[in-house]
Design a protein around this ligand. Structure first.
Ligand code: AMP
Ligand code: ZN
Length: 136
């Protein structure tokens, strides 16, 4: 399969391994958006959150939690963002499921834009749509 992360998992492409076991690989992200930016991926290929087996997902998230704490403590980060992009529309560029662990520091240049649109949307309509209910 022509998947760059599968190639990394199979050691066909080199990477800086942060953690490895029989089910999960964590590597330093090549872009290092912040110091210690890490990617955690399942060894079994799955494209995204919709495809990954629940069992693989739950196990992976256990490792994400363990590594987030280790990275925060050992790199002396001020905080940690956990990010996972699904689909090109959400910024996914590598189609093998992965979670970004992004340690945060004073004056780093990492941005998550969050604009308050609460006044623009009808929240009851949103709830009804999510739950596939007819509007009351
Ligand atoms: P996403 O945009 O969520 O799909 O994230 C893909 C991430 O993979 C990006 O942050 C890239 O910097 C990273 N990446 C791509 N190729 C490699 C590679 N060979 N080694 C490590 N990280 C990579
Ligand atoms: Zn893959």
């Amino acid at each position: 399969m022509d998947c760059i992360f599968c190639k990394i998992i199979n050691k066909e492409i080199p990477s800086k391994i942060v953690y490895e076991d029989e089910r999960v690989l964590a590597i330093l992200d090549i872009s290092q958006a912040t110091y210690g930016h890490t990617l955690v991926m399942p060894k079994t290929h799955a494209k995204n959150i919709y495809e990954i087996k629940e069992d693989d997902y739950l196990y992976l998230m256990k490792i994400v939690k363990m590594l987030a704490i280790k990275i925060k403590n050992n790199l002396n980060a001020k905080g940690i963002n956990i990010i996972n992009n699904n689909d090109i529309g959400a910024g996914q560029s590598v189609m093998h499921y992965h979670v970004h662990i992004v340690p945060r520091y004073d004056n780093d240049d990492f941005k998550i834009k969050n604009i308050d649109h609460s006044k623009d949307y009808n929240l009851d309509e949103v709830l009804n749509k999510i739950n596939n209910k007819k509007e009351s």
